[in-house]
Write a protein that binds this ligand. Structure first.
Ligand code: ADP
Length: 449
């Protein structure tokens, strides 16, 4: 087992990893930018080291500085958290070249899943159902039209190198295709420096359902059911729950087994998430994330496992501490993402937090790096905390969420907390009856945005 782990991240996820390290008797090293000297992860880790100025390109994304920090502190492994370098194949490779363990999958698996076309081809070859679409990229408008006619309208044009919802355009008919194709291509070129696009059937009312998988790198893998993350704004998740309100045990076992077998076959190591759109009883693969997800706590709650601990175990060469037969769902969990954003426009509003009071009690978990007197720097993501609740069933979890939100105090800045108070009052949210377009439509009706 490692003696010391460096966490190449900040905020709540850095705390999450430090906590797992501490329970395992492993020393932790925090890295930070000059803007984060006062951050909670720096205070909580056993050691800390400054790796550069405020912009993440010069600090949290600075591979050379992070590798130097490992060498200076003697850290044997790096946990990347999510975001930043967590899905950067060349970072994983560079660590390996320096004899440092990357706590995550191999550089090759990161690379395959990072390119949407190779990811989709790989998924298909491994028996995972995919969205009907063009086989690979479409070179020109004629090829695009041919593919779209084969699939049937409406279609969605997506950038091969895409991410964060950019470079995606919907065409409802043949007339709309030319414009959509050209716009998607130029957006892709500007955003990713690569104008290759491909075409998929556009699903009209799907849910976003993702399957948590976990492999030991030696041909064994399990699934830990699904999360429903359909409540999204601009393709960003805001509310996640497990199990999914629309998923039956039979469906879970089927799609879960397909995903676990697929990752076992490629000797995948560590945590991964296979993302699907789900409509009318069918699952359609959209992408695989080769890292820990923001919303992993809902899965931890219903299965009673620590996914970070497991990641560290398998990275050090140990066995996983559970097999598929040990994994049984207990109750229901919900997470809400709390951002430093002001409604109704969701404008980021960093600033000084006067008072912070986290809710507590049975079935309540608050993952946050806030503290009273802390100044949220403007340079990073606006996520300031995640409130996760667990109940014996969905109604109990919903009531607990409402109660916990009422106890939460974040004074001095605006946050997205009022949004959740409003959402919890909506019958469709109470009933779990929503799809990926629900939130945007509701926001448009409520605030006209
Ligand atoms: P990104 O990597 O940019 O986030 P994804 O492929 O994960 O792109 O898709 C992001 C979101 O876009 C999905 O969660 C869904 O809301 C929407 N989307 C993607 N593909 C389709 C599709 N074929 N039909 C309908 N919506 C889609």
């Amino acid at each position: 087992m490692f003696e010391k782990i460096l966490i190449a991240n900040r905020g709540e996820i850095a705390l999450r990893v430090i906590r797992a390290c501490r329970e395992m008797g492993i020393k932790s090293v925090a890295v930070h930018s000059t803007a984060d000297s006062d951050a909670m992860h720096v205070r909580m880790a056993d050691e800390s080291i400054c790796i550069g100025p405020a912009p993440s390109s010069e600090s949290y994304l600075n591979k050379a500085a992070i590798i130097s920090a490992c060498e200076i502190t003697g850290a044997q492994a790096v946990h990347p958290g999510y975001g930043f370098l967590s899905e950067n194949a060349s970072f994983a490779q560079a660590l390996e070249d320096h004899g440092i363990t990357f706590i995550g999958p191999s550089a090759e698996h990161i690379r395959i899943m990072g390119d949407k076309i190779t990811a989709k081809e790989t998924a298909k070859a491994l028996g995972i159902p995919v969205v009907p679409g063009s086989d690979g990229g479409v070179a020109d408008f004629e090829a695009a039209m041919k593919a779209a006619e084969g699939i049937g309208f409406p279609v969605i044009i997506k950038a091969t190198a895409g991410g964060g919802g950019r470079g995606m355009k919907v065409a409802k008919s043949a007339e709309e295709l030319e414009m959509a194709f050209r716009t998607a291509r130029s957006e892709a070129k500007n955003a990713f420096g690569n104008d290759e696009v491909y075409i998929e059937k556009y699903l009209q009312k799907p849910r976003h359902i993702e399957i948590q998988v976990f492999g030991d790198g030696k041909g064994n893998a399990v699934h830990l059911g699904e999360r429903d993350c359909s409540l999204q704004r601009r393709h960003q998740k805001v509310f996640e729950e497990a199990p999914g309100p629309a998923i039956t045990p039979k469906m879970r076992a089927e799609i879960g087994t397909i995903c676990a077998n697929a990752v076992a076959k490629i000797n995948y190591i560590g945590a991964g998430t296979v993302e699907f759109l789900y409509e009318d009883g069918n699952f359609y693969f959209i992408e695989m994330n080769t890292r820990l997800q923001v919303e992993h706590p809902v899965t931890e709650y219903i299965f009673g496992v620590d996914l970070v601990r497991e990641q560290i175990r398998v990275a050090s060469g140990m066995e996983m501490s559970f097999g598929q037969d040990d994994l049984e769902i207990n109750g229901h969990a919900i997470e809400v993402r709390i951002n430093a954003e002001k409604l109704p426009n969701f404008a980021p509003c960093p600033g000084k937090v006067r008072t912070f009071h986290a809710p507590g009690g049975l079935g309540v978990r608050m993952d946050s790096a806030l503290y009273g007197g802390y100044s949220i720097p403007p340079h990073y993501d606006s996520l300031i905390g995640k409130l996760i609740v667990h109940g014996r069933d969905r109604p109990e979890a919903m009531a607990r969420l409402k109660r916990a939100l009422g106890e939460l105090i974040i004074d001095g800045i605006d946050s997205s907390v009022p949004l959740f108070h409003m959402l919890l009052a909506e019958p469709e949210i109470q009933n779990g009856d929503y799809n990926i377009h629900w939130l945007e439509k509701w926001l448009a009706a409520k605030f006209g945005n």
